[in-house]
Design a protein around this ligand. Sequence first.
Ligand code: ADP
Ligand code: MG
Length: 396
Amino acid sequence: MGWKTIDEMDLAGKRALVRVDVNVPVEAGRVTDATRIERILPTVNDIADKGGRVILLAHFDRPKGRVVPEMSLKQIVPTLEEKLGRKVAFAEDCVGDAAQAAVDALSDGEVLLLENTRFHPGEEKNELEFAEKLAHLGDLYVNDAFSAAHRAHASTEALARLLPACAGRLMAEELSALDKALGNPERPVVAVVGGAKVSTKLDLLSNLVEKVDTLVIGGGMANTFLAAQGLDVGKSLCEHDLTGTAKEIAQKAADKGCTILLPRDVVVAREFKAGAASETVKAEDTPADAMILDAGPDSVAHVEMALENAKTLVWNGPLGAFEIEPFDRGTVAAAKKAAELTKAGKLVSVAGGGDTVAALNAAGVAQDFSYVSTAGGAFLEWMEGKVLPGVKALGA
Ligand code: ADP
Ligand code: MG
């Protein structure tokens, strides 16, 4: 990990361009979930406390290179001020005269938010000229937006190469958590991968079988693997055209010494709705008119055993259709086990993915995991083994 942290930067009196992710949900001009804003506070406060001038750079929504007034970052200023407990100045543009004037007006320890970087087409094109205009506003660059690091945009990539650059607190925390999970993990490592479809997670599965000791495959995607073994999965969600791919992944796992665990028993129902009549059957006994909606108790016990034998867990994707009761049971039971082992100091557990985070929150165990990534796409690309351009640009 060759990147620097803000501890290694000289901040007093310096203009720090800080790339953050404050792409929060907003309804009628009000922030409805401030989690992303809360997570950047350590970095912003730290730089300001050290006498740096904080210039926040961020995108909001998808204006596609045009000025879209409803996508102005101005609407988050009140929440940002409230959470920071500091005044936050705002500039109507992120480059040019308006930005320059706002930057020039900053004193040491003050905070400025620049308008949506994506109002300029140069942002998503990772254009050097645009990055140079941004660079002109600062003395150094801090990237605290891991969740945007899978995109090579001017404010996440090109800019990092134009100024002395380092990782913010949140970025550093995320990178070291991920390194502990897959980069340099304590073995054995178990990966749990669930969710709806194999097709969205091919690269992820392919990378994991090379890196982990045990791969638990659950959720809808397990059905494709079961079908590949010749089982009849009835009306279950199943990508029959991908059974060949499933076989290839299983073969690769066997070659690399990675054990794949598939569901042994499953919870099936005839309807996909809350409280639908359900029964537990062996995977090979799935009725032709039923669909698999969750892992059964025997499968869950198997996952729990794998967790007990592991030192590290990396998890993406629920084991069943967790949004609908009672098909959340497998996911909740496995999540509770992982949380319990983590609390006992026996397991390092890292999880990520939009639905996965929702499932862990619903199970009430997110805070007991070692690290829960809210980075979404960047987390998944990292699980796929990809080098994230925004991280690479911080210096290998
Ligand atoms: P994440 O957002 O964490 O990456 P995914 O989006 O890949 O996770 O998967 C979550 C979705 O998978 C949920 O909507 C869940 O209902 C669905 N799912 C899980 N198991 C099944 C199943 N057996 N049948 C149908 N859908 C399933
Ligand atoms: Mg999802």
